[in-house]
Design a protein. Structure first.
Ligand code: MN
Length: 377
């Protein structure tokens, strides 16, 4: 017996990205729906006919009906694949919840909502034990029932659950706790987990698939699905397969001069062959002269045009005027005096004052440099 399936989770269809511009949040929402096509292609390429989704298919209960239909429609189009959808903490199965609305629609034959914790045959000799959530805080480990679930001898047991594994520390966003040794205690061949948005192995046969399309700047490893092969005798192999359209990355850099941006260039270039599909959060620390701050602005504009999105946090980057900076201001003794006073404030203790003085210095220098350039041309 060999059974191969795709383990996915945390699709969060309909997730709004309110902190991002409308144009971009629309593209990110589309990418979440398009992930269904990419998952189907991965399944077909590996001859897997089942896709198990371990909770949080939908981001929340208030999704417009047409958005629900859009997702179902996309799954229906891949008719050779059986989609098994389990409620998670974002889309729990409760009265008047999103699954009621899903079930009011004419569900195509290749989509199954896993609404009850009871064994379901996936193939001859393969049984799925799902642990759907009925609230976002059920107060008990929903996978516990798997220990007493009876199946025929020799049948492969695959568990499906959504929540945080105890003692794993990282936690997803749910308050639901799953025992880390559930697979062992319930005699499972494999336990497919959702909630944690990165791909992660807890034991050799207990995995988080992570979200197939990243939804935040990660500390983990999102953007994959798992292709799982279960063989008789309990042998399991797990292949991590990239499924994301967009790549989200976080970079930290310490700058002492603009030349240090070369390192950031190299790091950015190494992230993806397609910079237009990259979203980057760049956290800067260190200090730059006034002239280098101007050069940083130009550099930033270049990368903003190349990337899908560039978010620069420069709270940790200090303005440090140099002698050369003051040369630009020297032509006007009054300006120079103001700049020197501001530069003392940049070294002060009060953060609010420091930030205001830094900004004022940068503006002052920018205008002065512009005036010098105009006078020379
Ligand atoms: Mn989730």
């Amino acid at each position: 017996m060999t059974f191969r399936f795709i383990h996915s989770a945390d699709w969060h269809i309909g997730k709004p990205f309110r902190s991002l511009p409308d144009r971009l949040s629309g593209e990110l929402a589309t990418a979440r729906i398009d992930a269904i096509d990419r998952i189907a292609a991965i399944a077909r390429a590996r001859a897997a006919s089942h896709v198990l989704v371990a909770g949080d298919v939908f981001d929340g209960p208030d999704l417009p009906r047409v958005e629900i239909r859009r997702a179902l429609e996309r799954m229906a189009q891949h008719s050779s694949i059986q989609w098994l959808l389990m409620p998670g903490n974002h889309d729990p199965l409760r009265m008047g919840g999103i699954w009621d609305r899903v079930r009011q629609l004419d569900l195509p034959n290749n989509i199954l909502v896993l609404a009850t914790p009871e064994p379901i045959a996936l193939a001859p000799n393969v049984v799925l034990l799902p642990a759907p959530l009925t609230s976002n805080n059920p107060g008990d480990d929903p996978s516990r029932w798997m220990e007493t679930a009876r199946t025929q001898p020799g049948v492969a047991r695959i568990g499906l659950a959504h929540g945080s594994v105890q003692g794993f520390g990282s936690d997803g966003d749910s308050a639901v706790l799953i025992a880390a040794d559930r697979a062992l205690r319930a005699g499972l061949d494999y336990l497919a987990l959702g909630d944690w948005h990165g791909t992660r192995s807890i034991t050799a046969n207990t995995w988080y698939a992570g979200t197939p399309e990243p939804d935040r700047f990660p500390d983990n490893d999102p953007g994959n699905v798992l292709c799982v092969t279960v063989e008789s005798g309990g042998k399991v192999s797990v292949e991590k397969v990239r499924s994301s359209h967009f790549t989200w990355a976080k970079i930290n850099a310490r700058l002492q001069s603009c030349e240090d941006l070369d390192g950031v260039d190299r790091e950015l270039s190494s992230l993806s062959d397609l910079p237009r599909n990259l979203l980057v959060k760049l956290q800067l620390a260190g200090s730059l002269s006034l002239a280098d701050h101007g050069a940083l602005d130009v550099w930033r504009e270049g990368w903003s045009a190349r990337l899908k999105w560039l978010d620069v946090e420069h709270d940790g980057l200090i303005v440090r005027p140099t002698v050369t900076d003051f040369d630009v201001l020297k032509k006007s003794p009054a300006l120079l005096e103001v700049a020197q006073r501001l530069s003392h404030r940049v070294d002060g203790d009060d953060k609010h004052n420091r930030d205001a003085a830094s900004l004022a210095l940068l503006r002052l220098y920018g205008f002065a440099a512009e005036a010098v350039n105009e006078a020379q041309s």
